[in-house]
Design a protein around this ligand. Structure first.
Ligand code: ADP
Ligand SMILES: Cc1cn([C@H]2C[C@H](O)[C@@H](COP(=O)(O)O)O2)c(=O)[nH]c1=O
Ligand code: ZN
Length: 195
């Protein structure tokens, strides 16, 4: 909590896939650990890429996490599962419903430091809920950029690769994956097929 006001806050780490969101989250968690703070980390059940009980970056680093069954409107186990931890991290926020905003607000109002990470755009280049609302209520927002897989410029968008074709309009928004299914791309190189 803040030294003077004693209040909590929300930090959002967002940007395209491969932009280093999870690396940055892990960096902040390592520093909190060095400071002797108790930490609780949550990851949605939908994302099992790195094993059920870890969050992991694309370059192989990881941290133990509690898996949240994030179906429905919450508050899930993020609030129930706490044991006095004052630093609460939530990875892959893009897999939660808008109810995550109220959960994070309640944690911050309970004087906790809340760190939320998630990509802010769907493969169609549209805002990926609940990231826009989380960014609006957060005290701190960092939007990171990857490197465009096509041209090498800074990348802000997520290209979904389906058998080498651009994304289809009617594909589901949720599709767990990494480099086999997605590329980071800049505005110019990002392609959305609109049938
Ligand atoms: N196109 C890319 N641009 C930048 N980094 C990339 C790219 N593709 C792979 N990487 C790797 O991904 C790492 C970031 O991984 P990670 O923190 O998991 O990103 P995010 O959580 O934003 O998806 C980089 O340090 C780099 O090693
Ligand atoms: C763009 C987009 C992404 N996803 C999924 C793909 C990954 O499992 C995560 C993002 O992971 P990262 O840590 O940011 O690399 O989200 C999706 O389901 N739908 C999309 O449109
Ligand atoms: Zn590009």
């Amino acid at each position: 909590m803040h030294q003077i006001t004693g209040s909590g806050w929300i930090e959002v780490i967002s940007g395209s896939m491969f932009s280093g969101k999870t690396e940055e989250l892990l960096r902040r968690l390592r520093r909190a650990e060095i400071a002797g703070q108790e930490i609780a980390v949550f990851t949605p059940a939908l994302d099992d890429r790195y094993g059920e009980t870890t969050i992991g970056s694309h370059n192989g680093r990881s941290w133990e996490a509690s898996v949240v069954d994030n179906e429905g409107d919450g508050p899930w186990d993020v609030t129930d599962g706490l044991n006095g931890e004052m630093v609460v991290a939530i990875d892959e926020a893009n897999f939660f419903s808008d109810a995550l905003v109220d959960v994070c607000q309640a944690l911050a109002e309970d004087d906790r430091r809340v760190i939320v990470s998630g990509t802010d755009q769907t493969y169609r280049g549209e805002p990926f809920d609940p990231l826009p609302d989380l960014m609006a209520v957060a005290e701190y927002v960092d939007k990171l950029q990857a490197i465009c897989a096509v041209c090498g410029e800074p990348a802000t968008r997520n290209q979904r690769l389906i058998e080498g074709d651009p994304a289809h309009e009617d594909d589901p928004t949720y599709l767990v994956g990494a480099e086999e299914s997605y590329e980071a791309r800049c505005r110019d190189c990002h392609v959305v097929r609109r049938d």
